[in-house]
Ligand binder design. Structure first.
Ligand SMILES: NC(=O)c1ccc[n+]([C@@H]2O[C@H](COP(=O)([O-])OP(=O)(O)OC[C@H]3O[C@@H](n4cnc5c(N)ncnc54)[C@H](OP(=O)(O)O)[C@@H]3O)[C@@H](O)[C@H]2O)c1
Length: 257
């Protein structure tokens, strides 16, 4: 990834984010880590023992001021990052009996506004400099509606659309934008899922896919390939056929949650 030396990554303390930190450091990049848990962030800095290559600033991506403060600390230390990656996110399974405004708001604020906050604090500096790579982590669940995922899927679909539009707008300034859409990755997030997760991969494998796609400045990084291409194929099915297929596959037709 020659166009990138300095990375600011949110959601760095666990799962895909933590695996990415390992990968980025192994490849000699400088990485600024953000998440809410300051103690875990500080422990990671000691564990990696990557003198001068790691820094952390704890912040909640929902808090625009805190996030701006975090970004400014990174910029003060290392200058405007070459790549900003909005990876922080969460998931709540929501069967009909458990859909609530509060839970939906939480997902929208972290997964959508949190990601938008992250990317937009860095955008003016990148536009001025005339270079930069903005990356958002969506999900294959953004492609079409899925059971129990009314809010989660909507946040990720919103983020994907935001990233696609942003790409048109920032390209003339020399910036690039990537959407990362993973399938199932084994993390603390998916450990809570009470249903089978086809073709689930490790967070280390996910980090490899993401590294490869970022190196090639891809518009979209989707994986694992077999699963993600199947999801793409299902996008073009007529809606009633898609609905019937997903009901069959997931058994959601008779399930109340
Ligand atoms: N795992 C999958 O199968 C899968 C599939 C598709 C997409 N994704 C997406 O991939 C991303 C990473 O997921 P993961 O599976 O690696 O989850 P994870 O292991 O739970 O990690 C989530 C990370 O986000 C941070 N975070 C959560 N809420 C935050 C907030 N309000 N402010 C700042 N940081 C926050 C967490 O740290 P703190 O708690 O310390 O803040 C943690 O570092 C998410 O966007 C997720 O939606 C995951």
């Amino acid at each position: 990834m020659q166009h990138v030396q300095t990375i600011w990554l949110t959601g760095a303390t666990s799962g895909i984010g933590e695996a990415l930190v390992t990968k980025f450091i192994a490849e000699g990049k400088r990485v600024a880590l953000t998440a809410r848990n300051a103690q875990k962030l500080s422990e990671m800095i000691s564990q990696f023992n990557a003198e001068g290559k790691l820094m952390y600033v704890a912040a909640d991506v929902r808090n625009e001021d805190a996030l701006r403060g975090a970004y400014e600390l990174v910029r003060e230390k290392w200058g405007v990052p070459d790549l900003v990656m909005a990876n922080a996110g969460t998931h709540i399974n929501m069967p009909a009996s458990q859909i609530s405004i509060e839970a939906c708001r939480q997902l929208f604020e972290i997964n959508l506004y949190g990601a938008v906050n992250t990317l937009l604090v860095a955008l003016p500096d990148m536009l001025e400099r005339g270079s930069g790579h903005l990356v958002g982590v969506g999900s294959l669940s953004s492609y079409r509606g899925l059971p129990w995922a009314a809010a989660y899927g909507a946040t990720k679909a919103g983020l994907n659309n935001f990233l696609q539009s942003l790409r048109f707008d920032v390209e003339p300034y020399g910036l690039t934008v990537t959407a990362v859409n993973p399938g199932f990755v084994k993390t603390q997030l998916t450990d809570l899922n009470p249903f089978p997760m086809p073709l689930i991969i490790s967070s280390e494998r996910a980090a490899e896919y993401i590294w490869d796609g970022l190196s090639r400045k891809k518009m979209e990084i989707h994986f694992p390939p077999l699963f993600s291409w199947a999801c793409k194929a299902m996008r073009v099915l007529p809606y009633p056929l898609y609905h019937m297929l997903i009901r069959r596959i997931t058994g959601s037709g008779n399930r109340r949650g």
